[in-house]
Design a protein around this ligand. Structure first.
Ligand SMILES: NC(=O)c1ccc[n+]([C@@H]2O[C@H](COP(=O)([O-])OP(=O)(O)OC[C@H]3O[C@@H](n4cnc5c(N)ncnc54)[C@H](OP(=O)(O)O)[C@@H]3O)[C@@H](O)[C@H]2O)c1
Length: 254
């Protein structure tokens, strides 16, 4: 399916965690819609490999190494991207998709498990937005989308750290949307349900079956289902939508 998304073609886009799963599908969707795609992975070689695949398919793409487990280092790297692109339009389309889980019941959860997840999922959004939004404000145009989760609202035993990080993103998005709305910049979230990626493949078969019973559409989501929603929010068609959360969960929470 060729996507006709106004305002994507010819624009530069950054997708964090673009090497696998949902992020990879978002990068592919943006490449197909004609964006210049910069995608991140923790290892440069992995980011380069995925970017090379997009280039072979005829897109403009670049791999960027970004490890959010070190917030200070990541901050410097993203600031450098902002500096590098300052003279030629910045990065007007930004998707903070990188995310991780370190599950455990609260009473056994270590401080390290808690902080690691908050750093990647929530501090990561702060860092990419803080450094890249000034370029959008200068250009009076920008789109920021963060990938939250259905568990931000529903909660999930064993995921207090993850659910807190994903709920934190919703407050973050609404606050920044109010700060930058007057400058032509929109800030939104998508909240996927259970999507078929590495993150959910480790679930035992019985747990997957049980989850499916909660989904009126009767299937796990595919990364492309989420990418389509992100594409819409990044497009000019969504220009009057900001501070919003778009659920992509097959109806499991409505
Ligand atoms: N799958 C689901 O059911 C589901 C549901 C709701 C929300 N989500 C959210 O959707 C997003 C993508 O999930 P996914 O299922 O596609 O996950 P995935 O297949 O595990 O991919 C995760 C991506 O994030 C990157 N990443 C992980 N930890 C990182 C860190 N510390 N620093 C920088 N990059 C890091 C990974 O890079 P490497 O390749 O370098 O590891 C990879 O590109 C996440 O934010 C997740 O929380 C997923």
């Amino acid at each position: 399916m060729k996507l006709g998304l106004p305002g994507i073609e010819g624009r530069r886009a950054l997708v964090t965690g673009g090497s696998r799963g949902i992020g990879r599908a978002i990068a592919g969707m943006l490449a197909e819609a004609g964006a210049e795609v910069w995608l991140t992975a923790r290892e440069q070689s992995r980011a380069d490999e995925v970017a090379a695949g997009l280039v072979r398919a005829g897109a403009q793409a670049r791999g960027v190494a970004l490890d959010l487990s070190d917030s200070g280092g990541a901050s410097q790297q993203i600031e450098a991207l902002a500096r590098e692109t300052k003279a030629d339009g910045g990065i007007p389309l930004v998707v903070h998709n990188a995310g991780m889980t370190r599950d455990g019941l609260l009473m056994r959860m270590t401080l390290e498990q808690w902080e690691e997840v908050l750093r990647a999922n929530l501090t990561g959004a702060y860092l990419v937005t803080k450094w890249l939004v000034p370029g959008m404000i200068r250009a009076r145009y920008g789109r920021i989308v963060v990938v939250s989760s259905v568990v931000a609202r529903m909660g999930n035993p064993g995921q207090s750290n993850y659910a807190a990080s994903k709920a934190g993103l919703l407050g973050f998005v609404r606050s920044v949307a109010r700060e930058v709305g007057g400058r032509g910049v929109t800030v939104n979230a998508v909240a996927p349900g259970y999507i078929d990626t590495d993150m959910t493949r480790s679930l035992p078969a019985a747990a997957r079956e049980k989850l499916l019973e909660l989904v009126p559409l009767g299937r796990l989501g595919q990364p492309e289902d989420v990418a389509a929603a992100v594409g819409f929010l990044l497009s000019e068609a969504a220009g009057y939508i900001t501070g919003e959360v778009l659920d992509v969960n097959g109806g499991m929470d409505m």
